[in-house]
Design a protein around this ligand. Sequence first.
Ligand code: FAD
Length: 390
Amino acid sequence: LNAAGFTDYYDIDGLLTEEHKLIRQSIRDFVKKEISPSIEKWAQDNHFPSEIVKKFGDVGAFGPTIPTEYGGGGLDYISYGLIMQEIERGDSGMRSTASVQGSLVMYPIYAYGSEEQRKKYLPKLASGEWLGCFGLTEPDHGSNPGGMVTNIKDMGDYYLLNGAKLWISNSPEAQVAVVWAKNEQGRIKGLIVERGMEGFTTPEIHNKWSLRASCTGELVFDNVKVPKENLLPNVEGLRGPLGCLDSARYGIAWGAIGVAIDCYESALKYSLEREQFGKPIAAFQLQQKKLAEMITEITKAQLMVWRLGMLKNEGKATSAQISMAKRNSVDMALQVAREARQIHGGMGITGEYPIMRHMMNLESVITYEGTHDIHLLITGADITGIQAFK
Ligand code: FAD
């Protein structure tokens, strides 16, 4: 553990600035106070605590890298990563709420929006007055978003939007949705759709076993009249949504390490306290192997995302590099969670420990923002020059 009580085997803190450490500490204190005491109950009750949205806004968790003139934090990408790591250490569902708002709603409005759109939406999203969601996935188009059928027709004064999106984080509670739809020329465009527009509904998806403290739903568009000024003017094609996903995936690459650390720290503590055959279970080689593998993998992932963050700060990180880190961190965290659950024995399946909740959450995280397999194929395509997924 480093001075801040954080698993840090290779003194990665030595690579951070004082500002980074202060930001991490403030988010960590926030999670301890506002999330950790209640998260188990929220998850067990399948409850999204809507009051957390304003609190996330107050602590600066929304849009940390967006410039301050629009209400963002104006911070670098290492700070953003550390914020996501601390929130996800608390819960992946809570981190999902923050990443969707910052990377998938605020980022496209900032990067592709008009100045009027930036001024109208970003400060309210940054402060948590409004919650946003991001509609890309459709019932029949998940890994292949380019096949989407949601569409807009230019009606002169407005666009007529029809179609449906599925698996949309935050949708049942959101005031604003960034939606991707094809125009009459088959080109993908981004639109800002607001709650209250006629023909727009957001039914909730029930019975999830994963991300139970995050709300997930559909977006249904039945002849919705979207004003022309709600079209994002500065982007066209799949690079629009994929640019947002790069930013969110980067946050996940950091966030999942937070989960791994929480599971590892819990397993290490438990193994030292729990005695069987007259000794702590940590004294048995098989348990030591599990713990040693965990800390090795956590350390490798920490170094990877730190370097990726530096590349992002320089504007040099590629989408393929981000894919590799997202895939590695989430897979690593899932392995750590499974091993940690075994170390906790029967107790590991209860809500007394965070392990099972983290493990179930990660089953979504390994699928959303590009599945584990698709990210592997992105690496494959990058190194061979041959796309194997189309
Ligand atoms: P499919 O694409 O049908 O894939 C099924 C399986 O086939 C996967 O294992 C996949 O890897 C594999 N597969 C598919 N194509 C290939 C191929 N070419 N080669 C090899 N294997 C392949 N989407 C949003 O737009 N906004 C959100 O806010 C959002 N939030 C989500 C929240 C949750 C809790 C979940 C579960 C999903 C969310 N998603 C969201 C959707 C998510 O991004 C998709 O689930 C994901 O992209 C996979 O799509 P799919 O579920 O349709 O699976």
